[in-house]
Each structure stands twice: as structure tokens, then as C-alpha cells.
Design a protein around this ligand. Sequence first.
Ligand SMILES: Cc1c2[nH]c(c1CCC(=O)O)Cc1[nH]c(c(CCC(=O)O)c1C)Cc1[nH]c(c(CCC(=O)O)c1C)Cc1[nH]c(c(CCC(=O)O)c1C)C2
Length: 365
Amino acid sequence: MGGLGGEKHFPKLKNDTFLCACHGQETNHVPVWCMRQAGRYLPEFREFRAGKDFFETCRSPAACCELTLQPLRRFPFDAAIIFSDILVIPQAMGMDVQMVAGKGPTFPEPLKEPEDLLLLQPKVDVNKELGYVFKAITLTRHKLDGKVPLIGFTGAPWTLMAYMIEGGGSTTHSKAKRWLYRHPEASHKLLKMLTDVIVEYLLGQVAAGAQALQVFESHAGCLGPVEFQEFSLPYLRDIARKVKDQLKESGQDVPMIVFAKDGHYGLEDLSQSHYEVVGLDWTIDPRSARERTGGKVSLQGNMDPCALYAPKERISEIVKKMLEGFGTRGYIANLGHGLYPDMDPENVGAFVEAVHTHSRHLNLK
Ligand SMILES: Cc1c2[nH]c(c1CCC(=O)O)Cc1[nH]c(c(CCC(=O)O)c1C)Cc1[nH]c(c(CCC(=O)O)c1C)Cc1[nH]c(c(CCC(=O)O)c1C)C2
């Protein structure tokens, strides 16, 4: 799998608050980053991406590096997340995925029936198909110059399965859920295929230099507790266990974050799934999230992204309440989901500043 991170002589890490918080250790301030911090709300992002194909951008390590660094030049975020997309995995498995302007990711030939699984690559050569992501991570880790840690990520099996069957975004996910009820065996087969690729992909990201890993189960919300137990949770657990077992063999310790959007019914289980951090959307109250996870994990989240439309003073108040609810230890401030393209970068700056300032004050109390 290539050299381990340590052999690449990466610059020394200067700000370890994010990694400390992942492990539940005390920090001077609460670390903060934003999902989709590299994105269209930044004019420099729009300018850089103008006229370029989205997935071609993803395949250029230099472009991914530049887009990852852009938000860090503006804001004192405590972590960077590599610019890429969760849909590079279905591509690596042989599916065509295009980014259609105004519509989002589109699969011209989605999976329709179980027989279509035969069209997928039975054995994906992860280094060959996704080596461009690994190159982007190594380059970015060097260019970050130790400023903050670099997070790698993947989509979770159910979320990727949903895209592969729906052929793009969906409000009901009824085509993908039809598989769960009508073809449970084929569903498990596909989820297992995805899990195998994801494990190798995450290990490759760590070997390339990723210092933490986030697994996005963005479509947890359309499953109920029963389907979540059967079709999401076992695979999320498998991923963390397998990645950690492998890393342990080489003496590495890389914190893992699971973010199951709208999956509050699974919070207790998620906190016992081998992840150090559980990411939360904004529909969960911080204090009850702490109670329900019983101090077993660090928590990440969960301001409503739309709160960034509020005036700066109001953002500051909301952040203060959020920090008081979560407490400052074992906590990483973030939004409850990604930034939207029409958000004002100034308010993102106000959010970051509020987290740093209020958490320093709370720590002095
Ligand atoms: C900036 C961006 C990305 N993907 C897309 C965009 C917008 C399109 C563009 O810039 O042209 C299309 C892009 N890619 C996807 C979507 C959602 C489509 C839909 O379901 O309707 C869009 C618009 C699919 C996707 N892609 C991703 C998720 C999981 C997170 C989430 O729940 O939002 C999902 C669901 C992950 C993702 N995707 C991206 C990152 C970059 C790092 C960062 O956070 O700054 C990450 C982490 C980058």
C-alpha cells in the first residue's frame, strides 16, 4: 500500500487541538472546521472552478490541494478536509458519474435490478483507480506545512448505494429503499462490496498522509431504526473495526468520525461503533446528545448551517449556547451539515471566531 505517513517526512504539526479533541483530551480552545469549507460560498473557489469539469478537478492533485487550502487562508480553521467527493468510489467500481450544473451528481446508467451488480468491477484496484486522491492528500499534507491536520473522508456504504440506484440526489430515496425491502440479499451484497473498497480506500488515505477520517452516512435519515440496524450500522462498524485493526498492526492511531445525518435514533449505537467521534446534525440538542452517548465518544457539530444567515451578534450567541451545551472537552465545533453556496464568508469567519473566543472564556471559568 505504499509508504506509511511517517516515511514521507511531513512537516511537524503545529496545531493539534483537533486531534486532541478527537481523543477527548483537554485543549486551550475548542477546535472548529466546517463541512464543505472548500466550496462555492468562496469567490476564489468559484473563480478557480469556473469552466472546469468537477470530477476532472477531483482528479488533479494540484487543484484539490489548492481548493483544500483556500478556506485556511481566510479563516483560522483547526482542520483541513481534502477536496474530493464521495462519488469517486462508484466511479472506481466502474460507474459513470457526471456533475451536471444546476442538478448535481448524475449517473446516466444507475443500478436498476440485482443483475446489474454484475456490471460492477468485482475486484477494484484501489491504488490504480483512486491513486489520484492519495496523491492529492500527500501533496496537501506537505503544502499545509503542519498548520492543521488533514482529514480524509469517504461516503458510507448505504449512502453510496443510494446514489448508485437513485442515479443522483433524491428526496424519498424510494428506488434505493425498494432494494432494501425487495432485494435484501442483493442489497447486502452491494453494501459488502462497497465496504471492502471503502476500507482499502481509507487505509490508502492514511498511508498517503490523512491524519483523521470521516465517514459520511448522509442518507441515514431516510432509514428508520430497523433498516438502519440492518443496512447501515453493521457496515459502519465493520469499516471502523477493519481500518483500526490494520492501522494497529503498523502502530498508527488515526481518529475516525462517523456522521450519520438525521440518524438520531442510532446515536447510542453509533457511540459504540469503534469511532472516536460522532458527528451530529442540528436536530439534536447538545446536552441530550452528551447524555445519550454517555461520555464514550467525542462529539462534533452541530449548528444549523442556516444560522449563518443571522447577524454576527446572533451567531455569537448561538455558538455560546452550543458550547455551554456540549462543554469544551471532547468537542469539535462544526455545522450540522455543509455550507450552502449563498452563505456569506464573513459570517463563516464570525462563527470560527465565536467558537475560539467563547471556548477560551469557558475554559478560564
Ligand atoms: C464543492 C463540492 C463538493 N462536491 C460537490 C460540490 C459542489 C459542486 C461544485 O463545486 O461544482 C458536488 C456534490 N456532491 C454531492 C452532492 C449532493 C447531491 C445531492 O444529494 O443532492 C453535490 C451537490 C454528493 C456528496 N459529496 C459529499 C457528500 C457528503 C457530505 C454531505 O452530506 O453533504 C455528499 C452527499 C462530500 C464532499 N463533497 C465535496 C467535499 C469537499 C470537502 C469540503 O467539505 O470542503 C466533501 C466532503 C466537494
